[in-house]
Every structure is written in structure tokens, then in C-alpha cells.
Design a protein around this ligand. Structure first.
Ligand code: XBP
Ligand code: MG
Length: 253
């Protein structure tokens, strides 16, 4: 039985990556006096690295002109990441990011129906606070029993740690929850924790199928980005995914 919705944030709640984080990273480069710029395509490639600070370090490893010593790179990544998160909050507060269609309605309907909800993200807590505070209002935390963020785990998605943490905080078995994700790393994280998954692809992950490298027996299905998205769909998807055996998952993959 479905007892909780586990929400990814970036790409799932809103298209934050291309129009939010990427823009704020570029602003941070400018503020720091660096002639660096992440265009839409380059940022798309970097999204395989989850975590903004980790993404900066991965980019520096390939970038001519980046500091050579690891400790200098680490310090610069921390500085830029701080500037980026401040800029991201400004951008979000100015109304620069809208929720994806149906998301706020599903959150409200789930709450009204007594369905439990949690945030399960690799993004920093300050970014979750900025985005959900803007989209849902200052009482946004009332809708979520657990808010699991990048700071709460040792390993970020695609590692399943953040899903396992959310299940532990809610006291639920994996099959009692439904993960809503937009990306391949997010799908891998949910599947690694054996949480049934609804993948609603975002602009950077225009998938029609689940990623091929999910663990065997993973329970998941894809909701096309332009399909209607409502609570009935989520309930129906979860019931379908958990009704049978692994064969169900096999058929859906
Ligand atoms: C997406 C991420 C994050 C964001 C940037 O997280 O990988 O790193 O791109 O946020 P999710 P930070 O889809 O799990 O919400 O700079 O705070 O890491
Ligand atoms: Mg995501």
C-alpha cells in the first residue's frame, strides 16, 4: 500500500538546473572574476556529477587555468558554491523558477488525503528552503515529514543513501513509498534502495525508458514529461508496480 511520496527536487519539482543553478553558477564565476561560462550543453554533461561543489571540482579537473593544487581547487569550489547558492536563492526569490505542471497540486492533494511526504534530494538544504519556501510559502515544511538533503549523507545520488535515510526517518519499508525522480542518477538512487519509482523526465534527461543499468528487479515506470500528472496517476502507478512480482517491473522496463 502506498503510504508516502518521496520527492526529488531539482528537475522534478521545477526545472531548476538549466534556468536556476546553471545561471547562478555563471553569475558566481563572474563575481569571482573568472572567465568561465557553463553553456546549456556543457552543464548537461556535468549533471552526471551530482552535487554542485562536486560538479565544480569535476569541471576544474579538465579546465585550463584552474588551480593546480587539490587544496586550492577545494577552497575555490567551496567559495564558488557558496556564491552560487546565494545567487540561486536570489533568483528563486525573484520568482525566476516555476513549479513543473501538476506538482503543487499533487503535493496539496497528497496532504489532504493524509499521504505522507518527504524530500529526498542531493541539493543543499538552503536551496530546498529557497525553492519550496517560494513555491509553497513559509509553512512549506508542514507538508513534509522528512527533508533529506545533500548535507545529510556521506554519498550523493546515484548512491541510494538518501533514500535509505528517508525510509528510516519515516519508518517505512521501501515498497510502501513511491519515488518521483527526473534523472538517471536519481532513478539509480531510488532503485538502489528498492523504492518503486516514477520517472518524470526533465529537460536534461528526456528519457522514454528507464535507464538500462538499474538493478535487476527494480520497480519503475516512466511518466512522459507532457503527460497529465496527478495524484491518481501516482497511486495507480504504485499499485501497478507493487501488485505482482519482479515480472511486473520487467514488463514496464
Ligand atoms: C540535483 C543536484 C544538485 C543541484 C545543485 O539534486 O545534483 O547538485 O544540481 O545543488 P536532486 P547543490 O535532483 O537530487 O534534487 O549546488 O546544492 O548541490
Ligand atoms: Mg533531480
Amino acid at each position: 500500500m502506498l503510504r508516502a511520496l518521496l520527492w526529488d527536487v531539482d528537475g522534478t519539482v521545477a526545472e531548476t538546473e538549466r534556468d536556476g543553478h546553471r545561471v547562478a553558477f555563471n553569475e558566481a564565476f563572474e563575481l569571482a572574476g573568472l572567465p568561465w561560462h557553463w553553456d546549456v550543453a556543457h552543464y548537461g554533461r556535468l549533471l552526471e556529477i551530482t552535487g554542485g561543489r562536486e560538479r565544480l571540482l569535476a569541471d576544474m579537473a579538465e579546465r585550463v587555468g584552474a588551480p593546480l593544487r587539490p587544496e586550492d581547487r577545494e577552497a575555490l569550489a567551496r567559495h564558488l558554491h557558496g556564491l552560487k547558492n546565494e545567487g540561486y536563492a536570489r533568483l528563486v526569490n525573484a520568482g525566476g523558477i516555476a513549479a513543473r505542471p501538476g506538482v503543487l497540486e499533487v503535493m496539496a492533494a497528497a496532504r489532504a488525503a493524509g499521504l505522507r511526504q518527504a524530500i529526498v534530494t542531493t541539493t543543499s538544504r538552503s536551496n530546498v528552503q529557497a525553492l519550496l519556501g517560494k513555491l509553497l510559502g513559509p509553512q512549506w515544511q508542514d507538508s513534509f515529514e522528512a527533508v533529506c538533503c545533500g548535507e545529510d549523507t556521506q554519498r550523493k545520488k546515484p548512491d541510494p543513501e538518501v533514500y535509505l535515510l528517508a525510509l528510516r526517518r519515516l519508518g517505512l519499508a521501501a515498497q510502501e513509498a513511491l519515488a518521483i525522480e527526473d534523472s538517471a542518477p536519481g532513478a539509480r538512487a531510488a532503485a538502489g534502495a528498492a523504492v518503486p519509482l516514477l520517472l518524470r523526465p526533465s529537460v536534461y534527461f528526456p528519457a522514454r525508458q528507464l535507464p538500462p543499468d538499474l538493478p535487476a528487479g527494480s520497480l519503475g515506470m516512466v511518466c512522459p514529461a507532457d503527460a497529465p500528472f496527478d495524484l491518481a496517476l501516482l497511486q495507480h502507478s504504485h499499485a501497478r508496480l507493487t501488485a505482482g512480482s519482479d515480472q511486473t517491473a520487467g514488463a514496464l522496463r
